[in-house]
Design a binder for this molecule. Structure first.
Ligand SMILES: Nc1ncnc2c1ncn2[C@@H]1O[C@H](COP(=O)(O)OP(=O)(O)OP(=O)(O)O)[C@@H](O)[C@H]1O
Ligand SMILES: [Mg+2]
Length: 138
Protein backbone atom coordinates (compact mmCIF):
# COMPACT_ATOMS: atom_id res chain seq x y z
CA UNK A 1 0.00 0.00 0.00
CA UNK A 2 1.20 3.52 -0.74
CA UNK A 3 0.10 6.93 0.43
CA UNK A 4 -0.43 9.60 -2.20
CA UNK A 5 -0.20 13.24 -1.16
CA UNK A 6 -1.43 14.80 -4.40
CA UNK A 7 -3.47 14.24 -7.53
CA UNK A 8 -0.18 13.82 -9.39
CA UNK A 9 1.00 11.04 -7.09
CA UNK A 10 -2.30 9.23 -7.49
CA UNK A 11 -2.03 9.50 -11.27
CA UNK A 12 1.56 8.25 -11.06
CA UNK A 13 0.37 5.19 -9.14
CA UNK A 14 -2.21 4.59 -11.86
CA UNK A 15 0.44 5.02 -14.51
CA UNK A 16 2.57 2.27 -12.92
CA UNK A 17 -0.32 -0.16 -13.22
CA UNK A 18 -1.06 1.03 -16.75
CA UNK A 19 2.50 0.45 -17.88
CA UNK A 20 2.40 -3.16 -16.69
CA UNK A 21 -1.16 -3.92 -17.84
CA UNK A 22 -1.76 -6.35 -20.67
CA UNK A 23 -4.61 -7.18 -23.01
CA UNK A 24 -7.35 -9.01 -21.11
CA UNK A 25 -6.49 -7.50 -17.73
CA UNK A 26 -9.34 -6.17 -15.59
CA UNK A 27 -8.82 -3.60 -12.83
CA UNK A 28 -11.54 -3.18 -10.21
CA UNK A 29 -11.36 0.11 -8.31
CA UNK A 30 -13.10 0.73 -5.01
CA UNK A 31 -13.33 3.77 -2.76
CA UNK A 32 -15.77 6.47 -1.72
CA UNK A 33 -16.78 9.56 -3.68
CA UNK A 34 -13.69 11.69 -4.20
CA UNK A 35 -11.27 8.93 -3.22
CA UNK A 36 -9.34 9.53 -6.44
CA UNK A 37 -10.48 6.67 -8.68
CA UNK A 38 -10.86 8.86 -11.77
CA UNK A 39 -7.49 10.52 -11.14
CA UNK A 40 -5.97 7.04 -10.90
CA UNK A 41 -7.59 6.10 -14.23
CA UNK A 42 -6.10 9.22 -15.85
CA UNK A 43 -2.63 8.03 -15.00
CA UNK A 44 -3.50 4.46 -15.87
CA UNK A 45 -4.60 5.35 -19.40
CA UNK A 46 -1.45 7.41 -19.92
CA UNK A 47 0.56 4.42 -18.70
CA UNK A 48 -1.02 2.24 -21.37
CA UNK A 49 0.24 4.82 -23.83
CA UNK A 50 -2.94 6.69 -24.75
CA UNK A 51 -3.10 10.47 -24.81
CA UNK A 52 -6.90 10.45 -24.65
CA UNK A 53 -8.57 12.71 -22.12
CA UNK A 54 -10.13 10.74 -19.28
CA UNK A 55 -13.45 11.71 -17.76
CA UNK A 56 -16.02 9.78 -15.78
CA UNK A 57 -18.40 7.84 -17.99
CA UNK A 58 -21.84 9.28 -17.26
CA UNK A 59 -24.36 9.31 -20.09
CA UNK A 60 -22.49 6.89 -22.29
CA UNK A 61 -21.74 4.58 -19.33
CA UNK A 62 -18.47 3.51 -20.88
CA UNK A 63 -15.52 5.42 -22.27
CA UNK A 64 -13.07 3.89 -24.68
CA UNK A 65 -9.57 5.34 -24.95
CA UNK A 66 -7.67 4.46 -28.13
CA UNK A 67 -4.10 5.20 -29.05
CA UNK A 68 -2.26 3.11 -26.49
CA UNK A 69 -0.82 -0.41 -26.63
CA UNK A 70 -4.43 -1.60 -26.68
CA UNK A 71 -7.83 0.00 -26.05
CA UNK A 72 -8.79 0.85 -22.48
CA UNK A 73 -12.46 0.51 -21.51
CA UNK A 74 -13.47 2.68 -18.55
CA UNK A 75 -16.65 1.89 -16.63
CA UNK A 76 -18.30 3.50 -13.64
CA UNK A 77 -20.78 1.23 -11.90
CA UNK A 78 -21.95 4.05 -9.60
CA UNK A 79 -24.53 5.23 -12.07
CA UNK A 80 -25.76 1.79 -13.02
CA UNK A 81 -28.72 0.85 -10.90
CA UNK A 82 -29.00 -2.85 -11.60
CA UNK A 83 -27.00 -5.88 -12.52
CA UNK A 84 -29.14 -6.16 -15.64
CA UNK A 85 -28.05 -2.70 -16.75
CA UNK A 86 -24.40 -3.74 -16.58
CA UNK A 87 -25.11 -6.94 -18.49
CA UNK A 88 -27.04 -5.00 -21.17
CA UNK A 89 -24.04 -2.76 -21.59
CA UNK A 90 -22.22 -5.80 -22.97
CA UNK A 91 -19.81 -5.78 -20.04
CA UNK A 92 -18.76 -9.40 -20.61
CA UNK A 93 -17.84 -8.70 -24.21
CA UNK A 94 -15.52 -5.92 -23.10
CA UNK A 95 -13.95 -8.12 -20.42
CA UNK A 96 -13.34 -10.84 -23.00
CA UNK A 97 -12.38 -8.38 -25.70
CA UNK A 98 -9.23 -6.95 -27.16
CA UNK A 99 -8.40 -4.41 -24.48
CA UNK A 100 -8.01 -3.62 -20.81
CA UNK A 101 -10.99 -2.86 -18.56
CA UNK A 102 -10.91 -0.55 -15.56
CA UNK A 103 -14.01 -0.14 -13.43
CA UNK A 104 -14.85 2.50 -10.81
CA UNK A 105 -17.20 1.38 -8.02
CA UNK A 106 -16.55 -2.24 -9.04
CA UNK A 107 -17.78 -3.42 -5.63
CA UNK A 108 -21.34 -2.50 -6.59
CA UNK A 109 -21.49 -5.61 -8.79
CA UNK A 110 -18.52 -7.75 -7.75
CA UNK A 111 -20.21 -10.88 -9.10
CA UNK A 112 -19.68 -9.55 -12.63
CA UNK A 113 -15.93 -9.23 -12.24
CA UNK A 114 -13.76 -12.11 -13.42
CA UNK A 115 -11.79 -14.12 -10.88
CA UNK A 116 -8.60 -12.74 -12.38
CA UNK A 117 -9.47 -9.09 -11.70
CA UNK A 118 -6.96 -6.96 -9.81
CA UNK A 119 -8.75 -5.12 -6.99
CA UNK A 120 -7.37 -1.74 -5.96
CA UNK A 121 -8.79 0.21 -3.03
CA UNK A 122 -8.41 3.99 -2.73
CA UNK A 123 -9.21 5.76 0.48
CA UNK A 124 -9.04 9.39 1.63
CA UNK A 125 -7.28 9.77 4.94
CA UNK A 126 -7.36 13.57 4.89
CA UNK A 127 -7.99 16.34 2.38
CA UNK A 128 -5.01 15.50 0.19
CA UNK A 129 -3.82 12.10 1.41
CA UNK A 130 -5.04 8.91 -0.23
CA UNK A 131 -4.04 5.35 0.48
CA UNK A 132 -3.87 3.15 -2.60
CA UNK A 133 -3.40 -0.57 -2.36
CA UNK A 134 -4.25 -3.92 -3.84
CA UNK A 135 -6.82 -6.00 -2.00
CA UNK A 136 -8.02 -9.56 -2.38
CA UNK A 137 -11.61 -8.46 -2.55
CA UNK A 138 -14.00 -10.19 -4.83
N1 LIG B 1 -3.87 12.63 -3.26
C1 LIG B 1 -4.96 12.82 -4.03
N2 LIG B 1 -5.25 11.93 -5.00
C2 LIG B 1 -6.35 12.06 -5.77
N3 LIG B 1 -7.25 13.05 -5.65
C3 LIG B 1 -7.01 13.97 -4.71
C4 LIG B 1 -5.88 13.90 -3.86
N4 LIG B 1 -5.92 14.94 -3.00
C5 LIG B 1 -7.01 15.64 -3.30
N5 LIG B 1 -7.69 15.07 -4.32
C6 LIG B 1 -8.97 15.55 -4.88
O1 LIG B 1 -9.91 14.53 -4.65
C7 LIG B 1 -10.78 14.44 -5.78
C8 LIG B 1 -10.70 13.05 -6.39
O2 LIG B 1 -11.64 13.02 -7.42
P1 LIG B 1 -11.92 11.75 -8.33
O3 LIG B 1 -12.92 12.21 -9.33
O4 LIG B 1 -10.66 11.13 -8.80
O5 LIG B 1 -12.61 10.76 -7.27
P2 LIG B 1 -13.43 9.45 -7.57
O6 LIG B 1 -12.96 8.44 -6.62
O7 LIG B 1 -13.36 9.13 -9.02
O8 LIG B 1 -14.91 9.90 -7.19
P3 LIG B 1 -16.31 9.37 -7.77
O9 LIG B 1 -16.74 8.24 -6.90
O10 LIG B 1 -17.21 10.56 -7.65
O11 LIG B 1 -16.13 8.94 -9.19
C9 LIG B 1 -10.39 15.54 -6.74
O12 LIG B 1 -11.18 16.67 -6.51
C10 LIG B 1 -8.95 15.80 -6.36
O13 LIG B 1 -8.56 17.12 -6.64
MG1 LIG C 1 -14.74 8.87 -10.53
Amino acid sequence: MITSHSVEETAAAGSEYGRRAQIGDVFALTGDLGAGKTQFVKGFVAGVGSEAGVTSPTFTLIHEYPGGRCPVYHFDFYRLDSLGAVVRLGFDDYVQGDGICIIEWADRFPELLPESATWIALSATDETARTIGQTSRR
